[in-house]
Design a protein around this ligand. Structure first.
Ligand code: AR6
Length: 176
């Protein structure tokens, strides 16, 4: 495979709120009013102004994305996307693909050149990490091919197991 887009992808283990990027993506729910997991961590770190702005948005359907300011975060923006609750049906992968595509598109529309994603749907929503990783990476590579102004996309994994899954997949596709 042509290696350019893969070189723009980084895999890191850690906490997404610490990332020094233009925008981070939040794995939200349809209310956009906060929750646990990465959503809770982002709201705590960004501060109460984030919830105030989210209240003005009026929610977000599964598979779509909405943008807010980053407030107390380093990131200028937070892109909130709502992943599917894993059901084992075909619609899961279509919805998760749309989360990544819509988040990347919204980032590009706001001149974001560096973006960090958590593993959307892979916590409370139960999406298997190996399947979700392929969707995340493949959708991002396809976006990067068409959108050269995006310079860096970082996948931030909380656990070392998840970090390993992503690194293995990047090695696999780099060798193709
Ligand atoms: N940085 C990076 N990754 C994290 C962090 C963090 N600070 N915290 C958790 N993760 P989840 P979902 C990982 O459950 O499955 C919320 O309540 C975590 O290990 O946060 O999309 C929302 O309000 C997992 O791999 O999101 C929704 O109701 C991944 O982030 C619901 O959870 C996603 O786990 C969304 O569920």
């Amino acid at each position: 495979m042509e290696n350019g887009p893969i070189k723009k992808i980084d895999i890191q283990q850690g906490d997404i709120i610490r990332l020094k990027v233009d925008a981070i993506v939040n794995a939200a729910n349809t209310s956009l009013l906060g929750g646990g997991g990465v959503d809770g961590a982002i709201h705590r770190a960004a501060g109460p102004q984030l919830l105030a702005e989210c209240k003005t948005i009026g929610g977000c359907p599964t598979g779509e994305a909405r943008i807010t300011k980053g407030y107390n975060l380093y990131a200028r923006y937070i892109i909130h996307t709502v992943g599917p609750v894993y059901s084992g049906e075909q619609k899961d992968s279509q919805l998760l693909t749309r989360c990544y595509r819509n988040s990347l598109k919204l980032a590009g529309d706001h001149d974001v050149t560096s973006l960090a994603f958590p593993a959307i749907s892979c916590g409370v929503y139960g999406y298997p990490i190996t399947k979700a990783c392929k969707i995340a990476v493949d959708t991002t590579i396809s976006f990067l091919k068409d959108n050269p102004s995006m310079e860096k996309v970082i996948f931030v994994l909380f656990s070392s197991d998840d970090d390993g899954v992503y690194k293995d997949y990047i090695s696999e596709i780099s060798a193709r």
